[in-house]
Design a protein around this ligand. Sequence first.
Ligand code: NAD
Length: 347
Amino acid sequence: MKTYNLALIPGDGIGVDVTDAAIEVLGAAAKDRFAFKTTTFPWSCEYYLEHGSMMPDDGVETLRGFDAIYLGAVGWPETVPDSVSLHGLLLPIRKAFNQYANIRPHRLLAGVEGPLKTEGFDILCIRENTEGEYSGAGGRVHQGKDNEVAVETSVFTRAGVERILRFGFEQARARRGLLTSVTKSNAQKYSMVFWDEVTRELAAEYPDVTVSHMHIDAMAAKMVMAPQDLDVVVASNLFGDILTDLGAAIQGGLGFAASANINPDRSAPSMFEPVHGSAPDIAGKNIANPIAAIWSVAQMLEHLGEADAAAAVLGAIETATGKGIGIRPGLNTTQEITAAVIAALEA
Ligand code: NAD
């Protein structure tokens, strides 16, 4: 039986609760299919306050040897600026391990009523995850003075744009054959025009995929007005980040939105985490919905090649939600939802 070595970074706030839930479900899914060992890293805002950094200098190298990384959520803005917690842990891992494809599925789970009046939708958002607006290139001069200047540069490389779009085309080909590329090429006349051009070049290689180009503002409206018309959506780092919170909202809330940071060539581990953050407003209240985190476990199993276990976890989630468990915020405790998913897995 195969044994997977998993690195766990529970992080802050509800990140800890949902990681516990996710790993409990993973244990039930493993059964006689596979074994796993976990190593937990305490890297978080609390760790930062003690050590002055979000992770040790060799943190990334420590993670390199694992089969996969599972992350809860990081951030505690009361004590550590979000720019520090994000740039000190999550972004360096995504970049160092070339986890360039951030995959975020948005659909209504059985029993869940989203805020929209629609029969249903099934969107796969693919967000570029290593460059673009989150490249970290920029600087500030004359800080605190009247002549202060802040510059933040988006970086779009041909290699980076081409690989994320190709990934999107492949996903579209394996699904319903529709790809929507999201830019703002009317206003951003260099980077986004370039993105559109690469999309057209690649489209020639995928005649079986129907491509549409949309601007980010129109796309935001479309996700509310006609999400059922969308299949695979590919967007830059910032646009994908924002659109997927909208995706989470239409699927019933952030408690349902899963996320996989994938290194498609498998030269380094991939990382799995719910879309949501550490939710300081509900931390410690035992009402965090663990479904997004558990769905991310299914994505991890899929990536590891455990397709049966992945399908079993997704099926168990929908058995639970189909019975009304966890379908609205505050309806059930984190443990009740986790127990319902495990019961469905073991049934
Ligand atoms: P958030 O996702 O933590 O919370 C937004 C809202 O959604 C809150 O009202 C919260 O209670 C609710 N919510 C989120 N997850 C939920 C769940 N599983 N069940 C029920 N309700 C849930 O976003 P935020 O408030 O903007 O950020 C809080 C902190 O998290 C910040 O420090 C931010 O930087 C960080 N953050 C981290 C990540 C990450 O680690 N990947 C992602 C987003 C935000």
